[in-house]
Design a protein around this ligand. Sequence first.
Ligand SMILES: [Zn+2]
Length: 347
Amino acid sequence: MVFSRMGIWLGFSILMLLCATGCERGTSAPAAANALSSSAQPPQNSSVPQMQASEPKGPVLRINPERAMEYVKDLVTIGPRWPGSKGQEKTAAYLRAKLKNESLTEDAFEGDTPAGKLAMRNFIAKFPGAKDGIIVLAAHIDTPYPLRNTSFAGANDGASSTGLLLAIADQLRGKKLEGYSVWLAFLDGEEAVQHWTATDSDYGSRHLAAKWHQDGTTGKIKAFILADMIGDADLNVLRDGNSTPWLEDMIFEAAKRLGYQSHFFAGEAGMDDDHTPFARLGVPVADVIDFNYGYNNSYWHTTQDTIDKLSPRSLQITGDVILETLRLLNANADKLPAATQAPRVPS
Ligand SMILES: [Zn+2]
């Protein structure tokens, strides 16, 4: 088993510490044991003062969890979706069909990988809002290249969050958004082609972050919220030490408002994921991830990552919390710290 994908630091109120290789990022992560108990207070690990959030704004939107699950099943049926696979092409066709009424942007590029140049493609569906600024919701669409000779179809790792974004698209479609524009980013090449390193991972998000940095888009992004591995029936979303504290606080606030706080932030980690390239550019980011999938994360990156481990309820919880976070972001626009162009994390 390789835990190289993410430097991880987990603290659970009982299980104190689970650490695998590559903990260098996590060592600076705050202690998280007892981080969230019944007091329902998120751990404060930031020099950013906690904002007094205003009431959320805009219509209440909730995903259709059954339909979200259908999307996840469709993606699993497509099969492995590593760069260069038939599944990658089928996924592209699937997204084009599902998002044909959105102004879908395709961002094709070649990832320079240990296996040579591999064709990759991000997809961005845009839902324009009345307010100047963009909220990006993201997920990765690929499965790991090293698992290409297995049946691995990433029900949780990849399909769950991709299906979730499609279910969110259903709620945004045809609505006049009074708040910020919402862009859904379906990212290719998140997984390492060989072993997880800074240059062998996050191909799609690194490419998109660089592109949007160059054309000035990153300066307009109010929040970049990534979902990953959120379909686990036993849902425990981590508080991520590499995410922006005020945005994590806002997500927790949204979870509390919906009564879902018991599924959030009992554990803590320093995640390296598709949000990292945007964090480096000063964009406020959050990784909504449950990186404890099966006992000791034993289903992760194995052929046990199958649809029977997932539940529509978990998709509903994460989807609705993200939609509620959008309302909080829209209501608190004037208090949001602006994105800074200066690198925040040394690369
Ligand atoms: Zn993965």
